[in-house]
Design a protein around this ligand. Structure first.
Ligand SMILES: Nc1nc2c(c(=O)[nH]1)N[C@H]1C(S)=C(S)[C@@H](COP(=O)(O)O)O[C@H]1N2
Ligand SMILES: [Mo]
Length: 458
């Protein structure tokens, strides 16, 4: 395993091992790039090996993976014979898939598992490089589980609301679905997104450096509706949210956020939540760090102060140079990244490319994205693709002609509050070198003379 140059106190031995394992995993997943010149866009992307798909889907240390019956097809696809000329024979019949669709057997993007020591507790990352528009397919939404994925029967699941309320409630899934519903499209980002990138450019792909964020349309009941039903008492200021998984994950949520735009979500992209996203019920807190958005939600307790759980004292705090720590850093700062071209890709030759990527902010809409094609010396305004939504991934685009010389691509965004994404140097200046979470600095991709794209600190 390569020895990574993680020197500071930020990484303990366990984190160092994890990061090393992740680098090794990423290397094994990626096909060696074909050496010949390739004019097609397809050839610009790093290949996924079938072995890589297995590794990405599961594993570290020989664990067996459940494979579909027809093992030749990538996960989520069914293998069919390819017709020599599809205009000369009848196509296959409908409902061959049992009534629930699958993707093309030629598409093989998958989530990668972040190799934590235990298989029960890990992250998986969204393949942002191949994403289009702003919605993440449900099957590619990143995951973070502290105690595995519980399998919950919705008939037996209920949400308890108690504490500083006039009327404690026990709500079944049916009760919740009878209430007025609300939908919104919003991102979730784990505040650990990018944690390997503080000191050295470490992972090769944008999936590795930025894949702990995804966007879905979420539907459920506004938390304010349920709180109004229960009657919040004077002096209430925080709400404890608790999950029904083996981690019994708990976080304290300010009551203002609960009253503002929090949703008790039971649906994702038009269907029930995926089990990995918290089926049958999760707390959705637009713009807040992922950890607060409790999945498999079973209990809400209204109180007058934060509950000081493990995840807001030991974890999810940011140690500062003076020895104090930032705590309850709940709102995710504005961030952007170029997804094409991005790390481990190969530009076949000089000429026209459309640079594209994603920008998002926990504070509101993205107001502006600028792109630099000269390592930050000059910046051009990128076009923002509609829809540009509040607290949501926003797609940006900029036409670019590469002249074939070595250069560095960067993007930086500004949100509607005027906050602008910092450089890594500015972020370290403000936070010091001991933070793990909340890295939102500008990402740099170097284009080498031979067209290779790599992750650099510039
Ligand atoms: N009950 C429960 N809720 C949880 C977690 C968990 O382990 N258990 N992980 C949290 C973390 S750290 C993140 S980043 C988000 C991830 O949500 P996702 O898996 O739907 O992407 O869920 C949060 N909610
Ligand atoms: Mo997280």
């Amino acid at each position: 395993m390569p020895d990574l140059p993680f020197s500071s106190e930020r990484y303990g031995p366990a984190e160092r091992r994890m990061a090393q394992a992740l680098v090794a995993l990423e290397n094994r997943i990626l096909h060696p790039r074909p050496t010949e010149d390739c004019a097609c866009r397809q050839g610009m992307f790093p290949g996924l090996s079938r072995r890589g798909m297995l590794l990405g889907g599961a594993l570290l240390g020989g664990a067996l993976v459940a494979r579909p019956a027809r093992a030749e097809a990538p996960p989520g696809a069914i293998e069919y014979p390819v017709q020599p000329d599809p205009t000369r024979e009848q196509g296959r019949m409908i409902l061959d898939d049992g009534g629930y669709g699958s993707r093309s057997q030629f598409e093989n993007e998958i989530r990668w598992r972040y190799p934590t020591a235990s298989l029960d507790s890990s992250w998986s990352m969204t393949p942002l490089a191949s994403g289009q528009g702003i919605i993440t397919p449900s099957g590619l939404h990143f995951e973070r589980h502290h105690g595995g994925i519980p399998n919950i029967d919705p008939q037996r699941h209920a949400l308890i609301l108690h504490g500083m309320v006039d009327k404690p409630l026990r709500l079944t899934m049916d009760d919740l679905k009878r209430m007025p519903s609300a939908s919104r499209i919003t991102f979730i980002e784990c505040s650990g997104n990018g944690l390997t990138e503080w000191e050295k450019p470490t992972l090769r792909t944008v999936q590795g450096t930025h894949g702990l964020t995804s966007t879905s349309e979420w539907t459920g009941v506004r938390l304010s509706t349920v709180l109004a039903e229960a009657g919040v008492q004077d002096g209430a200021a925080w709400i404890l949210a608790e999950g029904a998984d083996a981690a019994v994950m708990t976080r304290s949520i300010p009551i203002d956020k609960a009253m503002d735009d929090a949703i008790l979500a039971y649906a994702q992209n038009g269907e029930a939540l995926r089990p990995e996203q918290g089926y049958p019920l999760r707390l959705l807190l637009p713009g807040y760090e992922g950890n607060t958005q409790i999945k498999w939600l079973r209990r809400l307790e209204v109180g007058d102060k934060p509950f000081m759980t493990r995840e807001e004292t030991l974890k999810y705090t940011d140690l500062l140079p003076d020895g104090t720590a930032r705590q309850f850093t709940l709102t995710m700062d504005a961030k952007s990244v170029i997804t094409f071209p991005s790390g481990a890709m190969q530009l076949p030759r000089p000429g026209f490319y459309e640079i594209t990527g994603l920008a998002w902010s926990g504070r509101g809409r993205i107001a502006e994205v600028e792109v630099s094609a000269d390592g930050g010396k000059t910046w051009a305004k990128a076009a923002l693709q509609e829809p540009v939504l509040d607290k949501c991934h926003t797609r940006f685009r900029l036409p670019w002609v590469w002249d074939g010389t070595e250069t560095v691509l960067q993007s930086r965004c500004t949100d509607e509050t005027g906050y602008r994404q910092p450089t890594l140097a500015e972020l370290v200046q403000a936070r010091g070198t001991r933070s793990v979470y909340h890295l939102n600095a500008i990402q740099s991709w170097r284009i080498a003379q031979n067209g290779e794209v790599s992750n650099v600190h510039a």
